[in-house]
Design a protein around this ligand. Structure first.
Ligand SMILES: Nc1nc2c(ncn2[C@@H]2O[C@H](COP(=O)(O)OP(=O)(O)OP(=O)(O)O)[C@@H](O)[C@H]2O)c(=O)[nH]1
Length: 248
């Protein structure tokens, strides 16, 4: 994840998650190139690499733009349409219901495993929805649960981004609903229009990078504490052995 020797974070892996068509690729491209390009290839999962400066510190980023279509088409292809919604819901909540002992692979095939491995790979997560698509909003908490389950811990750096705020006429999710959800899930929240500008997009990524750095510092502190305890144990053991030898 990082340059532990220098004790500062020089690299980070970020994962962009969300329902199809909410603007994940547009967001990544906007962040990296500052441009908005209307249409993209929706079939492929892409990892972008770029170098950014946040709070006057440079960081090399790998940003994984995920595609949910693989999972969705797998379910669509294998189950009757009446079962589709239920199966899709189960895909997201499965880890919570089934517990750690059942692998998602056994349940849903390789597509869901790839989502699981993308989550394992990431240091920080950006969960996106479109304010014009209620179902994309409803997927957010399921995705957050999936992250918590796969990472086996709470407090993984995660930012929620509501996109397409320029489409006021088609709005299906109010700003306050997004804010309330983010509060419940203890995530930062940004409402943006990737189409309209870069600054809110940069603010969202900037916040995620800050949180990832903070998590890294916490991790280092915990490691330091552990090594101090181990060192003390070693010194004590040596002293005890020496005093026993002298008694003899
Ligand atoms: N009006 C508006 N349209 C947007 C915005 N962001 C993205 N779009 C459009 O939304 C559509 C989907 O954008 P993508 O970036 O391909 O969405 P995605 O989440 O990567 O989609 P999948 O690859 O299917 O998962 C495209 O037609 C974009 O031009 C936005 O802020 N406002």
């Amino acid at each position: 994840m990082t340059d532990c020797g220098a004790r500062r974070m020089s690299r980070a892996k970020l994962v962009v998650l969300g329902r199809d068509n909410c603007g994940k690729t547009a967001l990544c491209v906007r962040f990296i190139t500052k441009r908005f390009i209307g249409e993209y290839d929706h079939k492929k999962e892409v990892t972008y690499r770029c170098r950014k400066t946040v709070d006057k510190e440079t960081i090399d980023l790998e940003i994984l733009d995920t595609v949910n279509k693989a999972c969705v088409s797998f379910i669509r292809g294998h189950f009757p349409s009446s079962l589709y919604a239920t199966m899709e819901y189960l895909l997201w909540i499965w880890p919570t219901c089934a517990g750690a002992q059942v692998k998602m692979e056994e349940c849903m095939g390789p597509a869901s495993t790839s989502l699981e491995s993308s989550i394992k790979w990431g240091d920080g997560f950006l969960i996106m929805y479109s304010v014009t698509d209620r179902s994309s909003f409803e997927a957010v908490s399921r995705l957050k649960r999936l992250i918590d389950h796969v990472k086996q811990t709470l407090g993984i750096p995660t930012v929620i981004v509501a996109n397409k705020s320029d489409m006021e006429n088609g709005r299906a999710v109010r700003t306050e609903e997004g804010q309330a959800l983010a509060r419940d899930l203890r995530c930062s929240f940004f409402e943006v229009s990737v189409a309209e500008g870069s600054s809110a997009v940069e603010a969202a990524f900037g916040q995620l990078i800050r949180e990832v750095r903070l998590e890294f510092q916490r991790h280092l502190l915990a490691m330091d504490k552990r090594s101090r305890v181990l060192q003390m144990r070693h010194v004590l053991k040596n002293k005890l052995t020496r005093s026993k030898t002298m008694q003899w």
